[in-house]
Write a protein that binds this ligand. Structure first.
Ligand SMILES: [Zn+2]
Length: 161
């Protein structure tokens, strides 16, 4: 028998952006604004991420590319490491991730890469509380997960060490 209740119960799909609540929409807007600071001359793929901390502060980041490709960093990790380095006393409640192609005003679907999922999970375990992840998965379709662990089933974390 195939059982995938775990993921089905832990995320919500929204068929229109307007179905998201005001707090989520504001965070998405911050993430979209962060796309403007993307340094992506090689891919032209601008990604913006925004974190909502428990004190309602928003920390955003954008992808930073490098001519030596592995030296660059994704938007999510730019924001998460900034939060970890400067705001460690405040827990992260949510993260929104957005993207667009340079010179195109339309925002496009994007989901975090595997490395960013692992880093999100690390902060979730560190702060002992779930981080919601908000992302666009199709033209007018959004997903909000209850935690980062939903994005990384059977994950490895410090509890295994
Ligand atoms: Zn990434």
């Amino acid at each position: 028998m195939l059982t995938n209740q775990y993921t089905e119960l832990n995320y919500t799909i929204y068929n229109d952006e307007s179905e998201l609540d005001e707090e989520d929409l504001k965070l998405i807007e911050s993430a979209r604004k962060a796309c403007e600071t993307s340094y992506s001359p090689y891919s032209g793929f601008q990604v913006g991420a925004a974190l909502l901390l428990e004190n309602n502060e928003v920390i955003s980041g954008s992808n930073q590319e490098n001519s030596s490709y592995p030296a660059g960093l994704c938007a999510e990790r730019v924001a998460l490491f900034q939060a970890g380095a400067g705001h460690s006393q405040h827990k992260i409640r949510k993260i929104a991730v957005t993207a667009k192609k340079a010179a195109n005003e339309k925002y496009i679907p994007v989901t975090p890469c595997g490395s960013c999922r692992q880093v999100m999970l690390e902060y979730e375990v560190k702060q002992s509380s779930a981080i919601e992840v908000i992302m666009q998965i199709a033209d007018n379709k959004w997903v909000k997960t209850f935690s980062t662990e939903v994005l990384l089933p059977f994950c490895f974390n410090k509890n295994a060490l």
